[in-house]
Design a protein around this ligand. Structure first.
Ligand code: PMP
Length: 305
Protein backbone atom coordinates (compact mmCIF):
# COMPACT_ATOMS: atom_id res chain seq x y z
CA UNK A 1 0.00 0.00 0.00
CA UNK A 2 1.60 3.26 -1.07
CA UNK A 3 0.95 6.63 0.50
CA UNK A 4 -2.40 7.85 -0.80
CA UNK A 5 -4.15 4.49 -1.19
CA UNK A 6 -6.20 2.07 0.88
CA UNK A 7 -8.40 2.53 3.93
CA UNK A 8 -7.99 4.84 6.89
CA UNK A 9 -9.53 4.17 10.30
CA UNK A 10 -11.47 7.34 11.17
CA UNK A 11 -13.35 7.52 14.49
CA UNK A 12 -14.26 3.85 14.47
CA UNK A 13 -14.96 3.33 10.77
CA UNK A 14 -12.85 2.54 7.74
CA UNK A 15 -13.04 5.16 5.01
CA UNK A 16 -11.31 5.35 1.63
CA UNK A 17 -8.06 7.29 1.76
CA UNK A 18 -9.47 10.05 -0.49
CA UNK A 19 -12.57 10.44 1.70
CA UNK A 20 -10.70 10.91 4.97
CA UNK A 21 -11.30 14.65 5.28
CA UNK A 22 -11.61 17.14 8.12
CA UNK A 23 -12.89 20.70 8.07
CA UNK A 24 -10.35 23.44 7.30
CA UNK A 25 -11.53 25.28 10.40
CA UNK A 26 -10.61 22.38 12.69
CA UNK A 27 -8.69 23.46 15.79
CA UNK A 28 -5.67 21.29 14.95
CA UNK A 29 -5.16 22.96 11.57
CA UNK A 30 -4.76 26.36 13.18
CA UNK A 31 -3.10 25.59 16.49
CA UNK A 32 -1.32 22.23 16.13
CA UNK A 33 -3.56 20.72 18.80
CA UNK A 34 -3.02 17.04 18.20
CA UNK A 35 -0.82 14.17 19.35
CA UNK A 36 0.43 11.33 17.22
CA UNK A 37 2.65 8.30 16.89
CA UNK A 38 4.85 6.69 14.27
CA UNK A 39 5.07 2.90 14.47
CA UNK A 40 6.66 0.33 12.19
CA UNK A 41 5.31 -3.04 11.19
CA UNK A 42 7.96 -5.48 9.89
CA UNK A 43 7.38 -8.45 7.63
CA UNK A 44 9.50 -11.37 8.71
CA UNK A 45 9.60 -15.15 8.38
CA UNK A 46 6.95 -15.63 11.05
CA UNK A 47 4.50 -13.02 9.75
CA UNK A 48 3.91 -9.30 10.19
CA UNK A 49 5.12 -7.88 13.47
CA UNK A 50 4.40 -4.43 14.92
CA UNK A 51 7.36 -3.06 16.88
CA UNK A 52 6.52 -2.07 20.46
CA UNK A 53 2.85 -1.33 19.78
CA UNK A 54 1.78 -1.08 23.43
CA UNK A 55 4.65 1.30 24.27
CA UNK A 56 3.77 3.56 21.33
CA UNK A 57 0.10 3.63 22.29
CA UNK A 58 1.04 4.31 25.91
CA UNK A 59 3.11 7.30 24.77
CA UNK A 60 0.17 8.47 22.61
CA UNK A 61 -2.07 8.43 25.69
CA UNK A 62 0.57 10.19 27.77
CA UNK A 63 0.99 12.90 25.11
CA UNK A 64 -2.81 13.29 25.14
CA UNK A 65 -2.89 13.46 28.94
CA UNK A 66 -0.35 16.29 29.00
CA UNK A 67 -2.61 18.28 26.66
CA UNK A 68 -5.81 17.27 28.49
CA UNK A 69 -7.10 15.40 25.46
CA UNK A 70 -9.45 12.58 26.48
CA UNK A 71 -9.22 9.68 24.04
CA UNK A 72 -12.60 7.89 24.06
CA UNK A 73 -11.10 4.37 23.94
CA UNK A 74 -8.89 2.26 26.17
CA UNK A 75 -5.22 1.78 25.24
CA UNK A 76 -5.96 -1.88 24.59
CA UNK A 77 -8.77 -0.97 22.18
CA UNK A 78 -6.52 1.52 20.40
CA UNK A 79 -3.82 -1.14 19.93
CA UNK A 80 -6.45 -3.40 18.38
CA UNK A 81 -7.57 -0.60 16.01
CA UNK A 82 -3.97 -0.32 14.79
CA UNK A 83 -3.83 -4.06 14.13
CA UNK A 84 -7.23 -3.92 12.40
CA UNK A 85 -6.02 -1.11 10.13
CA UNK A 86 -2.96 -3.06 9.02
CA UNK A 87 -5.16 -6.12 8.36
CA UNK A 88 -7.83 -4.14 6.54
CA UNK A 89 -5.17 -2.79 4.16
CA UNK A 90 -3.69 -6.26 3.52
CA UNK A 91 -0.21 -4.84 3.93
CA UNK A 92 2.53 -6.87 5.60
CA UNK A 93 5.18 -4.18 6.09
CA UNK A 94 4.29 -0.58 6.79
CA UNK A 95 4.48 2.57 8.84
CA UNK A 96 1.47 3.18 11.11
CA UNK A 97 0.38 6.73 11.92
CA UNK A 98 -2.22 7.14 14.66
CA UNK A 99 -3.20 10.76 15.31
CA UNK A 100 -5.64 12.17 17.86
CA UNK A 101 -6.60 15.80 17.48
CA UNK A 102 -9.00 18.56 18.37
CA UNK A 103 -11.44 18.88 15.51
CA UNK A 104 -14.14 21.21 14.21
CA UNK A 105 -16.06 23.16 16.83
CA UNK A 106 -14.96 26.65 17.78
CA UNK A 107 -11.85 28.50 16.78
CA UNK A 108 -10.84 30.31 19.93
CA UNK A 109 -7.57 29.22 21.50
CA UNK A 110 -9.62 27.44 24.20
CA UNK A 111 -10.10 23.97 22.68
CA UNK A 112 -12.54 22.61 25.23
CA UNK A 113 -15.62 22.73 22.97
CA UNK A 114 -13.95 21.02 20.02
CA UNK A 115 -14.51 17.29 19.45
CA UNK A 116 -11.65 14.81 19.68
CA UNK A 117 -11.06 12.91 16.44
CA UNK A 118 -8.90 9.82 15.96
CA UNK A 119 -7.32 8.56 12.75
CA UNK A 120 -5.04 5.62 11.95
CA UNK A 121 -3.37 5.44 8.54
CA UNK A 122 -0.83 2.94 7.20
CA UNK A 123 1.46 2.97 4.19
CA UNK A 124 4.74 1.53 2.97
CA UNK A 125 7.63 3.77 3.99
CA UNK A 126 11.17 2.85 3.05
CA UNK A 127 14.40 4.06 4.56
CA UNK A 128 13.77 7.50 6.03
CA UNK A 129 17.28 8.95 5.70
CA UNK A 130 18.06 7.41 2.29
CA UNK A 131 18.45 3.88 0.94
CA UNK A 132 22.09 3.34 1.95
CA UNK A 133 22.02 5.45 5.14
CA UNK A 134 21.87 2.41 7.44
CA UNK A 135 25.22 1.21 6.12
CA UNK A 136 27.00 4.33 4.91
CA UNK A 137 25.73 6.76 7.51
CA UNK A 138 24.57 10.35 7.19
CA UNK A 139 26.10 13.79 7.31
CA UNK A 140 24.52 16.22 9.78
CA UNK A 141 24.91 19.76 11.02
CA UNK A 142 24.27 21.39 14.36
CA UNK A 143 21.16 23.45 13.79
CA UNK A 144 21.04 27.14 14.50
CA UNK A 145 17.57 26.39 15.93
CA UNK A 146 17.29 25.15 19.52
CA UNK A 147 14.84 22.69 21.01
CA UNK A 148 12.12 24.25 23.15
CA UNK A 149 13.08 25.28 26.68
CA UNK A 150 11.62 23.35 29.64
CA UNK A 151 8.13 24.45 30.57
CA UNK A 152 7.42 25.87 27.13
CA UNK A 153 6.52 23.09 24.67
CA UNK A 154 6.58 19.81 26.63
CA UNK A 155 9.13 17.59 24.91
CA UNK A 156 7.79 14.42 26.51
CA UNK A 157 4.63 14.83 24.43
CA UNK A 158 4.71 13.90 20.76
CA UNK A 159 2.48 16.79 19.82
CA UNK A 160 1.77 18.07 16.31
CA UNK A 161 2.79 21.62 17.18
CA UNK A 162 6.27 20.52 18.26
CA UNK A 163 7.05 19.57 14.68
CA UNK A 164 7.02 23.15 13.48
CA UNK A 165 10.36 23.41 15.35
CA UNK A 166 11.50 20.11 13.78
CA UNK A 167 10.69 21.55 10.36
CA UNK A 168 12.94 24.54 10.93
CA UNK A 169 15.77 22.17 11.85
CA UNK A 170 15.19 19.86 8.88
CA UNK A 171 14.70 22.63 6.30
CA UNK A 172 17.88 24.40 7.37
CA UNK A 173 19.89 21.16 7.27
CA UNK A 174 18.64 20.17 3.79
CA UNK A 175 19.12 23.67 2.39
CA UNK A 176 22.74 23.56 3.49
CA UNK A 177 23.32 20.12 1.97
CA UNK A 178 23.08 17.94 5.10
CA UNK A 179 20.87 14.91 5.60
CA UNK A 180 19.67 15.97 9.03
CA UNK A 181 20.13 18.59 11.73
CA UNK A 182 20.84 18.12 15.42
CA UNK A 183 19.40 20.73 17.76
CA UNK A 184 20.92 21.85 21.04
CA UNK A 185 18.74 22.40 24.08
CA UNK A 186 18.20 25.81 25.61
CA UNK A 187 21.37 25.44 27.73
CA UNK A 188 23.52 24.61 24.69
CA UNK A 189 23.76 20.86 25.28
CA UNK A 190 23.01 18.32 22.57
CA UNK A 191 19.31 17.46 22.40
CA UNK A 192 18.24 15.41 19.35
CA UNK A 193 17.69 15.33 15.59
CA UNK A 194 14.53 16.73 14.01
CA UNK A 195 12.95 13.27 14.30
CA UNK A 196 15.58 11.06 15.97
CA UNK A 197 17.40 10.58 19.26
CA UNK A 198 21.19 10.71 19.19
CA UNK A 199 23.79 8.37 20.72
CA UNK A 200 27.53 8.88 21.04
CA UNK A 201 30.23 6.24 21.63
CA UNK A 202 33.53 7.19 23.27
CA UNK A 203 36.12 4.81 24.71
CA UNK A 204 33.64 1.96 24.50
CA UNK A 205 30.91 3.71 26.50
CA UNK A 206 27.60 4.77 24.91
CA UNK A 207 26.10 8.13 25.91
CA UNK A 208 22.77 9.73 25.09
CA UNK A 209 21.18 12.97 26.35
CA UNK A 210 18.81 12.64 29.33
CA UNK A 211 15.10 13.44 29.10
CA UNK A 212 15.74 16.92 30.57
CA UNK A 213 17.73 17.85 27.44
CA UNK A 214 14.38 18.58 25.71
CA UNK A 215 14.21 15.23 23.92
CA UNK A 216 11.30 13.06 22.96
CA UNK A 217 11.88 9.86 24.96
CA UNK A 218 12.10 7.54 21.97
CA UNK A 219 10.79 4.01 22.00
CA UNK A 220 13.77 2.96 19.85
CA UNK A 221 16.05 4.80 22.28
CA UNK A 222 14.66 2.65 25.08
CA UNK A 223 15.23 -0.48 22.97
CA UNK A 224 18.88 0.59 22.58
CA UNK A 225 19.24 0.59 26.38
CA UNK A 226 17.86 -2.96 26.43
CA UNK A 227 20.14 -4.09 23.59
CA UNK A 228 23.26 -2.46 25.06
CA UNK A 229 22.73 -4.04 28.47
CA UNK A 230 22.12 -7.41 26.85
CA UNK A 231 25.40 -7.01 24.93
CA UNK A 232 27.20 -5.99 28.15
CA UNK A 233 27.91 -2.54 26.77
CA UNK A 234 28.02 0.39 29.17
CA UNK A 235 25.33 2.97 28.40
CA UNK A 236 24.65 6.23 30.22
CA UNK A 237 22.31 9.19 30.04
CA UNK A 238 24.55 12.23 30.13
CA UNK A 239 24.42 15.87 29.06
CA UNK A 240 26.57 16.14 25.94
CA UNK A 241 28.38 19.30 24.86
CA UNK A 242 28.32 20.04 21.13
CA UNK A 243 32.05 19.54 20.61
CA UNK A 244 31.91 16.02 22.11
CA UNK A 245 30.12 14.97 18.92
CA UNK A 246 33.12 16.08 16.83
CA UNK A 247 35.55 13.94 18.82
CA UNK A 248 33.28 10.92 19.32
CA UNK A 249 34.41 7.48 18.16
CA UNK A 250 30.95 6.71 16.79
CA UNK A 251 27.59 8.44 16.52
CA UNK A 252 24.21 7.11 15.56
CA UNK A 253 20.55 8.14 15.41
CA UNK A 254 17.62 6.10 16.66
CA UNK A 255 13.99 6.46 15.69
CA UNK A 256 11.04 4.59 14.25
CA UNK A 257 11.53 6.09 10.80
CA UNK A 258 15.36 6.30 10.91
CA UNK A 259 15.73 2.96 12.78
CA UNK A 260 19.43 2.90 13.75
CA UNK A 261 21.38 5.13 11.40
CA UNK A 262 25.11 5.88 11.74
CA UNK A 263 26.17 9.53 11.67
CA UNK A 264 29.55 9.89 9.99
CA UNK A 265 30.00 13.67 9.76
CA UNK A 266 28.97 16.58 11.96
CA UNK A 267 29.45 20.10 10.57
CA UNK A 268 31.80 18.58 7.93
CA UNK A 269 33.99 17.07 10.64
CA UNK A 270 34.58 13.36 10.14
CA UNK A 271 33.40 11.34 13.14
CA UNK A 272 35.80 8.55 14.17
CA UNK A 273 36.83 6.61 11.07
CA UNK A 274 34.11 8.24 8.96
CA UNK A 275 32.11 5.04 8.60
CA UNK A 276 29.70 2.90 10.61
CA UNK A 277 31.51 1.93 13.81
CA UNK A 278 31.64 -1.54 15.39
CA UNK A 279 29.37 -0.75 18.36
CA UNK A 280 26.79 0.88 16.07
CA UNK A 281 26.91 -2.22 13.87
CA UNK A 282 26.48 -4.64 16.76
CA UNK A 283 23.41 -2.71 18.01
CA UNK A 284 21.99 -2.48 14.48
CA UNK A 285 22.52 -6.22 13.92
CA UNK A 286 20.77 -7.09 17.17
CA UNK A 287 17.83 -4.79 16.37
CA UNK A 288 17.32 -6.07 12.81
CA UNK A 289 17.74 -9.72 13.80
CA UNK A 290 14.93 -9.38 16.32
CA UNK A 291 12.55 -7.45 14.05
CA UNK A 292 13.34 -9.84 11.19
CA UNK A 293 12.44 -12.78 13.42
CA UNK A 294 15.97 -14.25 13.30
CA UNK A 295 16.64 -13.86 17.01
CA UNK A 296 14.62 -14.44 20.15
CA UNK A 297 12.32 -11.53 20.99
CA UNK A 298 13.30 -11.58 24.66
CA UNK A 299 11.94 -8.12 25.44
CA UNK A 300 8.55 -8.81 23.82
CA UNK A 301 8.91 -6.06 21.28
CA UNK A 302 6.82 -7.70 18.59
CA UNK A 303 3.06 -7.98 18.23
CA UNK A 304 2.22 -10.34 15.39
CA UNK A 305 -0.91 -9.37 13.54
N1 PMP B 1 12.76 12.60 18.68
C1 PMP B 1 11.83 13.12 17.86
C2 PMP B 1 11.66 14.59 17.81
C3 PMP B 1 11.04 12.29 17.06
O1 PMP B 1 10.12 12.80 16.24
C4 PMP B 1 11.25 10.89 17.10
C5 PMP B 1 10.42 9.99 16.25
N2 PMP B 1 9.20 9.65 16.87
C6 PMP B 1 12.23 10.39 17.97
C7 PMP B 1 12.96 11.28 18.75
C8 PMP B 1 12.46 8.92 18.11
O2 PMP B 1 11.40 8.31 18.78
P1 PMP B 1 10.94 6.83 18.48
O3 PMP B 1 12.15 5.96 18.64
O4 PMP B 1 9.91 6.54 19.48
O5 PMP B 1 10.43 6.80 17.09
Amino acid sequence: MTFGKGKIWFDGKFVNWEDCKIHAMSHVVHYGSGVFEGIRCYKNKKGSAIFRLTEHIRRLYESAKIYRIDIPYSQKEFCQFCIDTVRENKIDECYIRPIVFRGYGELGVDPSRCPINCIIAVWAWGKYLGSDALEKGVSVCISSWRRAAPNTFPSLAKACGNYINSQLIKLEAKRNGYDEGIALDTYGFVSEGSGENIFMVRNGVIYTPPSYSSILPGITRHAIFQISRDLNLRIEKHTIPREALYIADELFFSGTAAEITPVTRVDEIVVGEGKRGPITKSIQDYFFKVVNGEMEDKFNWLTYI
